[in-house]
Design a protein around this ligand. Structure first.
Ligand SMILES: Nc1ncnc2c1ncn2[C@@H]1O[C@H](COP(=O)(O)OP(=O)(O)OP(=O)(O)O)[C@@H](O)[C@H]1O
Ligand SMILES: [Mg+2]
Length: 269
């Protein structure tokens, strides 16, 4: 797939391609009517990029992230993700295979943290590794990560004893525990006050950048978009590229082009 995308001039030649969406569509049937949420979305995302996904409530941001993670299945089209130098067609895998693929390659951060209330902070973070292998190496790595997110002294606390910002920091550590190449964040600061959200965002960006992760984040916050390498806007089922609007996206070699329309309107909610 690299070859074709590069031939099309869609991808920077200096970065390997990590995610490719091809004619991705999602429709729901409700009350006898078909509702199209995503319509033939094409997009290529390079390794190590921070991608921001904007769009009104109901525009399909969570739907798109759930398709990229393989949690949900598209009505049509494909998701390809590179693993060990090979493009894996996630959408061709069955549910069990997608779960295993996700455990190896993808970390997810949700708006409402999604920690398991009956597990301690340490157990929540170590869980993905322990699900994937039987030894307890996850605990050591979990402790290191919890130190990095500033919660090294809360290992034995339960989630309901933590503030929202602290819970989200646990969720960030959990998303990083299996060293995934791809991080998906669905409004990770949407449930936090501005100050706490800013600190959590800074931490997430720092950790993902330091570890060379690709981060795709859905958000309503235009300030966050200003920090991204590329910004996309979902409207009426289409993914519209907004490169050129953010400071970082001026770096020519980093700009990833999609076949989608370009618009020159300001980013709006
Ligand atoms: N299971 C479902 N059945 C029917 N419609 C659905 C289902 N899941 C999502 N939708 C619809 O798909 C559309 C996109 O939803 P989605 O949650 O992806 O939006 P969003 O951009 O993440 O919104 P928000 O910013 O509020 O989180 C919405 O109109 C929603 O009602
Ligand atoms: Mg959403």
């Amino acid at each position: 797939m690299n070859k074709r995308a590069e031939d099309d001039g869609l991808v920077s030649k200096t970065r390997p391609l990590l995610v490719r969406l091809e004619a991705l569509g999602k429709s729901y049937h409700e009350a006898g009517q078909e509702k199209c949420v995503l319509d033939a979305v094409d997009c290529s995302i390079g390794a190590g990029q921070f991608i921001c996904l904007l769009g009104k409530s109901g525009s399909g941001k969570s739907t798109l992230l759930n398709l990229i993670s393989g949690i949900d299945r598209p009505s049509e089209g494909s998701v390809f993700i590179r693993e060990n130098g090979r493009d894996v067609e996630l959408t061709a895998l069955n549910e069990h295979q997608r779960t295993l693929f996700r455990r190896r390659n993808i970390g997810i951060i949700f708006q409402f943290f999604n920690l398991i209330p009956t597990l301690t902070v340490l157990e929540n973070v170590a869980l993905p590794v322990e699900l994937a292998s039987s030894d307890r190496k996850g605990h050591r790595r979990a402790k290191n990560l919890l130190d990095r997110v500033g919660l090294g002294d809360r290992l034995d606390s339960f989630p309901d004893r933590l503030s929202g910002g602290e819970q989200q920091r646990v969720a960030i550590a959990r998303a990083l525990i299996h060293d995934p190449v791809l991080l998906l964040a669905d409004e990770p600061t949407g449930n936090l006050d501005e100050g706490t959200g800013g600190a959590v965002l800074e931490l997430l960006l720092e950790l993902s950048r330091d570890a060379g992760k690709t981060l795709i984040m859905a958000t309503h916050d235009e300030d966050i978009a200003g920090l991204a390498d590329a910004v996309y806007f979902l409207e009426r089922g289409h993914l519209v590229s907004h490169y050129g609007l953010t400071p970082n996206s001026n770096r020519e070699s980093d700009v990833l082009r999609t076949p989608g329309r370009e618009v020159d309107t300001p980013i709006a909610q």
